[in-house]
Design a protein around this ligand. Structure first.
Ligand code: 13P
Length: 267
């Protein structure tokens, strides 16, 4: 099957309203041209950005007027509503035009105590209430150096998906592999390192959830730039990107979209 290719921008704690609007507008306006000449066999392409919660309302009109541009949240509450100070629930996000949420980003895991258990609650709640989930996993440098990168990622994955069954594992679950040592460091995983991990993730999902698990899109994140996007896609088994720094400017983000659209996938 041909899995959807996702190119998603995670703006993190950047872009106040004015800058967020300018960036979203630039991306929305350039999207048609960026995807105009896809390589033969290029799968369906889905492009989205994740502004801060406070910039969602300001950027939503650009997503709405260009149905091709998805609006994402950078996180989501584990509960639907109630006495949870500082949290934002699925229904609130949907009101703002959000279609998907990033869950379990390594920065949330490292700085805000998002354990696999909490991530599992967020994933289950978001899927149950109709949001697409981009579940992030990725190993530290010490785990990679110790040769424990695969086991680390697979246990993150299985614990983070502990509260969803195979019925919930549908097209609304997307996985993002983001090795911590490659995030914001300029040090990208080699195409082979990324591809091998994606294969391990896919094998685990297939074993656990059957065909639906095997067919999930798996994105790579970590210092993706216009200059390395094509070689990553060409490695195979990489169904797009979760982009940080290079998504903050419309031009560089669109160049990554173009590279993903125009690069042939290995058969
Ligand atoms: P960079 O692209 O800045 O390395 O960030 C990756 C990331 O964390 C996306 O979620």
């Amino acid at each position: 099957m041909s899995r959807t290719t996702w190119i998603l921008g995670n703006w993190k704690q950047n872009h106040r309203n004015e800058a967020a609007v300018e960036c979203a507008k630039g991306i929305a306006e350039g999207l048609e041209a960026a995807t105009a000449n896809p390589a033969q066999g290029c799968p369906q392409l889905r492009v989205g950005v994740a502004p801060t919660y406070l910039a969602l309302n300001a950027t939503a009109p650009f997503a709405r007027s260009h149905s091709e541009l998805w609006l994402l949240a950078q996180d989501v509450a584990a509960q639907e509503s109630g006495a949870f100070t500082g949290e934002v629930g699925v229904a609130m996000l949907r009101d703002a035009g959000v279609e998907a949420a990033i869950v379990g980003h390594s920065e949330r895991r490292a700085y805000y105590g998002d354990t696999n258990g909490l991530v599992a609650d967020k994933v289950a709640n978001a899927l149950e209430h109709g949001l697409t989930v981009v579940l992030c996993v990725g190993e530290s440098l010490s785990a990679r150096d110790a040769g424990e990168h695969e086991s680390t990622v697979i246990s993150q994955l299985s614990e983070s998906l502990a509260r969803v069954d195979s019925k919930a594992i549908d097209e609304r679950l997307v996985i993002a592999y983001e090795p911590v040592w490659a995030i914001g460091t300029g040090r990208t995983a080699t195409p082979e390192q990324a591809r091998d991990m994606h294969r391990a993730i896919r094998a685990h999902l297939a074993e656990t959830y059957g065909d639906t698990g095997r067919d999930r899109s798996i994105l790579y994140g970590g210092s993706v730039k216009p200059g390395n996007a094509a070689e990553l896609i060409a490695a195979g088994d990489i169904d797009g990107f979760l982009v940080g720094g290079a998504s903050l400017q419309a031009d560089s983000f669109l160049a990554i979209v173009t590279a993903a659209a125009q690069t042939a996938r290995p058969s």
